[in-house]
Design a protein around this ligand. Sequence first.
Ligand SMILES: [Zn+2]
Length: 310
Amino acid sequence: MTATRIDASKLAQNSEPFSFNDQQKNSLFAQLKQQRGILSQTDISSLCQQFQVSQLELLKACVPVASLFSVAPISKFYVGAIAVGLNEQGETNFYFGANVEFSHQALSLVVHAEQSAINNAWLNGAQAVQRIAISDAPCGYCRQFMNELSTADSLEILLPERDFNLHELLPYSFGPKDLGNDACLFSHKQSDKQFADLTIDDAKLIQLALNAYVPYTGNFSAVKLSTFTEGDFYGSYAENAAYSPSLSPLQSALSQFYLAGLSFDDKTVKSITLLETQGAENQYEVAKSVLASFANPPAFEHYIAKLSNA
Ligand SMILES: [Zn+2]
């Protein structure tokens, strides 16, 4: 696959690129909260029609709306990102993401906006991410996180001022192959494993754990965050060749939770369930640690199950 560079000259011919006014932004933000941070192909087409803009113009105009999902009590730096990917039906979707910070916790626990958007695409059936539009230049950690994607060789990074491909921003990189791993995020096959002697009855949690991207530790794991009235939110473990940029299943679930515009408090969140693999478990402490940053942490259930071949 070859990289297709975005022709920004079309936008430059107009003096100002298209942008939403505050009312339009708020209305789209409300719609996105309902749709848990996803615009479908139908939504995208109807917005393009409504505002008489191209898909690319719409994408760039949506980035400030993505930033509205940001929860950044430490930095007050509100980053938005949108991953553009094809779903199982081959339709283009916009998967929104924003940074999430946790007060009184190690800074390494934050979820970056690019991770949040890619995680949103990954959990919701995108087959690949072709481009990502971001409100600010991606940090080194995110460049490394994106280097784990199946599309890393062609990934387009769209910034407000100009566009790049990932390799321009991360030359001479370290990646999965350097660790002898031929899989990558979005390309790995469905798991042929199953959990034995599992006492939990949650098919989605089990499926997400089995399909976690864990080439480095083998800890097939996932998290369910249950709310009192807003349904359940799931997260899965996505590892990275450089280890540190890995996204834990709890971070993954929390990131999805915040994309519904909910606030993490004891009136909203009922419980957190962590499922991980016996002999490879490594998520308990980090989950406890993230939960400890909340004033009234919800109930926490922890399951460790043995993995066996199906
Ligand atoms: Zn980052």
